[in-house]
Design a binder for this molecule. Structure first.
Ligand code: ZN
Length: 256
């Protein structure tokens, strides 16, 4: 599913339409607040930000929030920045559209949110104040403060958007693998070197994955996750467990 990395890729794409004015809009009313269209038509797109996994389009009226759920994706001027999503169909079916913002009455939508499973949503002026430290702003000190005295498994804590905003299941497994940390360890049991390695893995690996195309481009790729081959680092078989209700793939040899 889309994580902060995908949201960042889409945020960057949407930059290209900043400065335009919304002349028409359509929304799937099942996933948007009442009166949405009336509030955004006529608005000028003034900027685009990301908060964790959410893309925020600022206008001279409300801020439009794009939430991607399990299968959401964005097309800007008809182009998808992420062509084939591992977690979603590559088919481009207009019946899966949840939002269309037009900046040219005769043209294609400038921004389309397409979401086959319809678990994403569109919001106005979303409150993002409860989000934790952003994936691209992690430092060892911020990480330590964010983890606090939490006793849950570190993997589960990393998925809590109030702790680190933007990490999803694949990236959390990936950074724990790089940091050599057992995903089942209580977060509060991590010592200073553990926290430093984890923060470093987040800072170094996520930009690499983003440049390669997104959260599915790590060492623990979807293929590795489904087949659990020997660990690339030490040759021991990877393991697949359920931790906090989510699938975790990890190496019981070097992740301690
Ligand atoms: Zn290993």
């Amino acid at each position: 599913m889309p994580e902060g990395l995908e949201a960042e890729i889409w945020r960057s794409e949407i930059e290209t339409v900043v400065g335009r004015t919304v002349v028409d809009a359509w929304v799937d009313e099942r996933v948007a607040p009442p009166g949405f269209v009336g509030l955004v038509v006529g608005a000028r797109l003034e900027g685009v930000r990301r908060a964790g996994k959410i893309v925020l389009i600022d206008t001279d009226g409300p801020t439009i929030g794009l939430h991607f759920g399990m299968t959401g994706r964005v097309l800007v001027d008809g182009v998808s920045a992420i062509d084939r999503l591992q977690y979603s169909s590559s088919r481009d079916d207009a019946q899966w559209d949840r939002l269309r913002l037009f900046t040219d009455a005769a043209g294609m939508p400038a921004v389309r949110l397409n979401d086959p499973r319809r678990l994403g949503r569109v919001t106005l002026d979303p409150d993002v104040s409860a989000l934790g430290v952003d994936i691209f702003a992690v430092t060892p000190a911020r990480m330590r403060r964010a983890l606090g005295e939490r006793r849950q498994a570190i993997k589960t804590v990393l998925l809590d958007q109030a702790v680190v905003a933007g990490l999803g299941n694949m990236c959390a497994d990936e950074v724990l693998w790089w940091a050599g940390i057992d995903p089942r360890r209580p977060a509060c049991a991590l010592d200073e070197p553990d926290v430093a390695r984890l923060a470093t893995a987040i800072r170094r690996r996520l930009p690499v994955m983003m440049r390669r195309g997104g959260s599915h481009r790590g060492t623990l790729s979807p293929m590795v996750r489904s087949t659990c081959p020997p660990c690339e680092r030490d040759g021991y078989p990877l393991r697949r467990d359920t931790i906090g209700g989510r699938t975790a793939v990890w190496c019981p040899h070097h992740q301690r």
